[in-house]
Design a protein around this ligand. Structure first.
Ligand SMILES: [Zn+2]
Length: 1059
């Protein structure tokens, strides 16, 4: 009752108010009927740059993640909208129509993965119209790779490949060459991005948002948000790029966002409607512009008009920008215009300003005091490993595709190329996507791999049969691959070899047959390595596992090279932990039990020519044999040091199983060295700062040593080829250290997980190698696997660092390796995937290997990083298995190993298997092959990083100098490659040097290059050296330190190898 009365009373009051307004309205309309008209307004949006005024460049854009909370396809077609209402198809449809409505409107598009999806479904009429928009500059492709790639956890070869894929699409469809880098979202920025994926692409400028909050504050104060960035000390000013860092983020100033549900007040300019606000909004605009102009040099400022997945109804933005441009320019205090980053760049260039110089990179990135985005360097380590393995495989598969001849209809590498490109996205290889999206990336990779695997099998069969048969595409040899047991049609590389699962090698020795192992080397220099394959000796006539205590040199297996010479081989028992991992993961990944169980690894030394293969046969023999490793398990009572290693390198372990000493007899290096595991407990954000450790952010809350449960459990297996040290540290960390007779580094294979979290605490697992070296707070980490950058603990060269996170703030991304040095020696650690790492005290190197966390770190992903594997109706934490490689060299000699071994780790030998009766296969096939001229090999400071036949029949070749200036006394020199000798049996007709992404001739790119002025801050040093132009007759390519040169080659006769 009481309620009802109140409502009635209020109604009466409201009615009274309305009456007053109504009367005022009548008075108003009658009094000013001539000026208050509502009519069509032709907004003048045609303004260009006005000299002498502050020019506000409005750059309409949509930041479209190629997968993050949803999969790339879900984002494209608008699926799974309960997670996020995002549909890129809407963005492109509505933007194109808005651009067609007004020729002054502009838009930039960045991610070709989305644009391709849209483009292939457009009608010829729309395609013609869009071509018109692109040609007029209304629609501009910038960045132009398949995705906006991550800059911390991606390898430079992947970055080049994914950018090339997008750039060639743009070139083919639109004949356009992107000229701007747009890396607005990645979480920190790499030196390689600046010089290689920037300047060397022919980009004139680079834009991004995320830099350290302390750095940004200083740059705003000093107007140094815009710089000339020289990312490479070797290429120096010959490879610099104008770089613009946004003052805040990649969205417009507050109050200027206009997606349909946004809260910014739109301009209301109909005088007949209430809330007319033109002057108020113009004032807001001018104020925001002046505020930005205060931190920016020259009178050009840019507003990034858009943010994540905006312009789903594009007109809602363009309508407002039309009005702002119209009214702000009528007002006249500042000038507003539709623009693009290219127009902005040209305006900056025309201002003829000198810019501050920036060197090195922008890692690590913190957006607040306790929020260092250094956890993602390691997040999802298994996925990071998968990306890296397939990256190397893709490089090899393209070579083999070229040797056989590209076949668009048959199996090819296109699907793998596409999957790898998408996997470089800044929420993909970074490990910062949701779990179902991570699964989607992995599924795409697996599909791409399966097709590439078929191609590899067919190419190897073609090469090995070509001398003996004129048939093409009708090979007899069926190379077995590990995953192919499902189809039983093709060949291998054994992707599950890391869990000792390789059905082809396990089964082929039955019925008196022998196993042919073809070993392909994708590197353009000869290599000698040890390969290991799991063997099932039951099938070789052995009725039981040889007892671990048997001192046997039982004669069961023999390995011969292609000349029939027996070579040294060694049997190593497969550890029980490996076998249980094998059973568990084969069941969970493949949905079936692995069948019989191999008991041994067979290891043998192979020697493989450059860009070619060798073959070996493995036979069960009564007489001669692989020697079984001698096995000793050391228990607590051992009181003498244990020495491991049969060649130059010896590792010494104490009686209680701890590594104590590293000795290299050849180089006379002796060092005390220890290695141990620790975990950081992930902060739960339960304090005054709610920042937790999560997918992006590393915020440790204490460090704890992981003490070996069983103090002295150390098993050593010694043999003619390698020694292995097995250590079970606790129920979830197992480690095997291998020392090869012919190598001077130690290979450490770790198996970490499931990380226990029953105590409610997330954990981040690290390994530390500790020496007594005095390293003066200094260490070196690579940039995307290429240049090494000097890091100094608790120090930044660009500002006075306020240390808030002494661990997380000293973490850096590692793709190739990390090293430290004192005056006498250098300790290097190389990795098999991207990880985070540091040197937190002198003489020590730390790598983060795995993370399992229980809290979201509030950066948008909205899920905890708690990876699990489900099998047998149960889920448990993910186990990560990987390798790192350790070596200590005399000072000045480490680079040779880091560069050569780094390349070998990236491009492992590819193994394929088939079986034969007697010597049948060997006698009827080409058992060794090299694509290059006999005895030719690339110099050791050059790698062939691309050899690929393009759709148009041209062949794309990239050569990379592997050393920086001053890095090595022998190899930091001009290198020469004789192209003619690289292609035996093929005659080169024409060689054209191209930009890095092969979308324009290098000479053209050079002519267009802008020459930015740098503030005088140092003397004019010597100009960076570069290789000279290629003589069309001699065809010798020169490469200066760190130079990568890209060529398109036409061959005279498209005759195939061997045919
Ligand atoms: Zn993003």
């Amino acid at each position: 009752m009481v309620m009802a009365m109140k409502i009635r009373m209020r109604k009466r009051v409201v009615a009274g108010v309305w009456l007053v307004f109504w009367l005022m309205g009548i008075v108003g309309v009658c009094g000013k009927s001539s000026s208050k008209k509502s009519t069509y307004i032709a907004y003048n949006t045609s303004h260009g740059i006005v000299p002498g005024k502050i020019n506000v460049h409005l750059v309409p854009h949509s930041h479209d993640d190629v997968g993050w909370l949803k999969t790339v396809d879900q984002y494209y077609f608008g699926g799974n909208n309960s997670i996020r209402g995002a549909c890129v198809q809407n963005v492109l449809d509505s933007v194109i129509s808005a651009l067609l409505d007004d020729p002054n409107r502009k838009f930039i598009y960045v991610e070709m993965a989305f644009f391709q999806r849209w483009w292939r479904q457009q009608s010829p009429v729309i395609k013609t119209k869009v071509n018109g928009l692109v040609n007029s500059g209304q629609l501009e492709f910038i960045n132009g790779g398949m995705c906006m790639h991550d800059e911390a956890a991606a390898h430079y070869i992947d970055l080049i490949d994914q950018t090339t894929l997008g750039h060639l699409f743009i070139k083919d469809e639109f004949n356009q060459v992107p000229r701007v880098g747009w890396q607005i979202d990645p979480f920190g920025h790499s030196a390689v991005q600046a010089y290689l994926l920037g300047a060397e692409l022919g980009f004139d400028s680079l834009f991004f948002a995320r830099i350290d909050y302390q750095d940004r504050a200083k740059r705003k104060d000093g107007k140094t948000l815009e710089v000339v960035w020289q990312g490479s000390k070797s290429l120096d000013s010959s490879s610099q790029i104008f770089t613009s860092i946004f003052p805040r983020h990649y969205d417009p100033p507050d109050g200027f966002t206009f997606e349909i549900n946004d809260v910014s007040p739109p301009i209301q300019d109909d005088p007949l409607l209430f809330d007319y606000n033109v002057q108020e909004r113009v004032d807001d605009f001018v104020a925001a512009a002046l505020s930005q102009a205060n931190v920016t040099r020259t009178n050009h400022i840019m507003w990034a008009m858009g943010t994540d997945f905006r312009y789903q109804y594009g007109l809602s933005w363009f309508r407002q920008m039309d009005k702002f441009i119209h009214y702000v320019n009528q007002d006249g205090r500042v000038n507003a215009l539709y623009s693009t980053p290219s127009i902005y760049t040209d305006a900056k260039y025309a201002a003829n300003e000198s810019w501050p110089l920036k060197t090195e990179d922008f890692f690590p990135y913190a957006d607040r005091a306790n929020a260092y985005w250094t956890g993602y360097f390691t997040s999802r380590p298994a996925f990071k490993g998968y990306v890296r393995v397939l990256s190397g495989y893709y490089l090899a598969a393209r070579q083999l595709e070229f040797f056989e001849g590209r076949n668009t209809l048959g199996p090819n590498t296109d699907a793998l190329a596409d999957a790898l490109a998408i996997a470089q996205h800044h929420d993909a290889v970074s490990g910062t996507q949701r779990q179902h999206v991570a699964a989607d990336y992995a599924k795409r990779l697996a599909i791409g791999y399966l097709e590439a695997e078929e191609l590899v099998a067919s190419s190897l069969a073609f090469l090995s049969e070509s001398k003996f048969s004129s048939r093409h595409g009708n090979q007899v040899t069926k190379f077995q691959q590990a995953m192919s047991f499902m189809s039983r049609t093709s060949s291998d590389h054994c992707p599950l070899l890391n869990i000792s699962y390789c059905p082809p090698s396990e089964t082929a020795l039955s019925d008196g047959k022998s196993l042919v192992v073809l070993v392909y080397n994708p590197l353009a220099w000869e290599r000698e390595e040890v390969v290991r394959i799991p063997l099932d000796l039951y099938l070789c006539g052995m009725s039981q596992k040889i007892s671990l205590n048997d001192k046997v040199s039982s004669e069961w297996i023999t390995v011969q090279d292609s000349g029939g010479r027996e070579i040294e081989s060694q049997l190593i028992p497969i550890s029980d932990i490996s076998l249980s991992a094998r059973n568990y993961f084969v069941k969970s990944y493949l949905g079936r039990s692995p069948g019989s169980t191999p008991l041994y690894w067979l290891a043998f030394q192979v020697s493989v020519p450059p860009l070619g293969y060798s073959t070996y046969s493995v036979t069960s023999a009564k007489q001669r044999a692989a020697k079984l490793s001698e096995i000793r398990t050391f228990q607590e009572e051992t009181d003498t040091a244990i020495e491991v290693g049969r060649g130059s390198l010896k590792l010494l372990y104490s009686a209680n199983g701890k590594l104590t000493r590293y000795v290299n007899r050849r180089s006379s290096v002796t060092a005390c060295a220890e290695q141990a595991y620790f975990y950081y407990s992930g902060h739960d954000g339960n304090d005054s700062d709610h920042q937790a450790s999560g997918a992006y952010v590393f915020r440790p809350n204490g460090i704890f040593a992981i003490k070996p449960v069983n103090q002295a459990s150390l098993s050593v297996m010694r043999g003619l080829i390698l020694d292995e040290v097995h250590q079970q540290l606790n129920p979830w960390i197992y480690q095997i250290t291998r020392v090869y007779k012919g190598k001077e580094h130690a290979e450490v294979e770790f198996s970490v997980g499931p990380i226990p979290v029953d105590d409610g605490i997330g954990k981040e697992i690290v390994t530390r190698i500790t020496t007594a070296m005095k390293t003066n707070r200094t260490f070196y980490t690579d940039s995307n696997g290429r240049d090494f950058i000097k890091r100094v603990r608790d120090y930044r060269s660009d500002w006075d660092l306020q240390v808030t996170q002494p661990v997380a703030g000293n973490y850096y991304p590692i793709n190739l390796g990390i090293y430290i040095e004192d005056g006498n020696m250098e300790l290097s650690v190389l990795v098999d995937r991207s990880v985070g790492g540091s040197s937190l005290t002198d003489g020590q190197i730390e790598l983060m290997l795995h993370r399992r966390l229980l809290h979201d770190d509030i950066r948008g992903v909205g899920e905890v990083l708690n990876e699990e594997v489900c099998a047998h109706d149960e889920c448990e934490g993910l186990v990560v298995r990987g390798k790192y490689y350790v070596r200590i060299d005399p000072i000045g000699e480490g680079a040779k190993w880091r560069r050569t071994a780094g390349q070998e780790i990236y491009s492992p030998l590819l193994l394929a298997f088939t079986e034969q009766d007697g010597n049948n296969w060997m006698n009827s096939h080409l058992s060794t092959f090299s694509a290059m001229e006999a005895s030719y090999s690339l110099p050791k400071n050059v790698a062939l990083i691309t050899l690929q036949e393009l759709e148009n029949g041209k062949v794309l070749v990239r050569l990379a100098h592997l050393y920086e200036i001053g890095e090595d006394k022998d190899f930091s020199k001009m290198a020469r490659v004789e192209l003619k000798k690289m292609f035996r049996e093929k005659k080169i007709a024409r060689v054209t040097e191209m930009s890095l992404s092969a979308n324009q001739e290098r000479a053209e790119m050079g002519k267009k290059k802008l020459s930015w002025k740098v503030e005088a801050c140092r003397g004019e040093g010597p100009k960076a050296v570069r290789g000279g132009s290629v003589d069309p007759v001699k065809l010798v390519v020169e490469l200066a330190p760190m130079e990568i040169r890209t060529f398109l080659i036409d061959f005279e006769i498209l005759q195939l190898f061997g045919s």
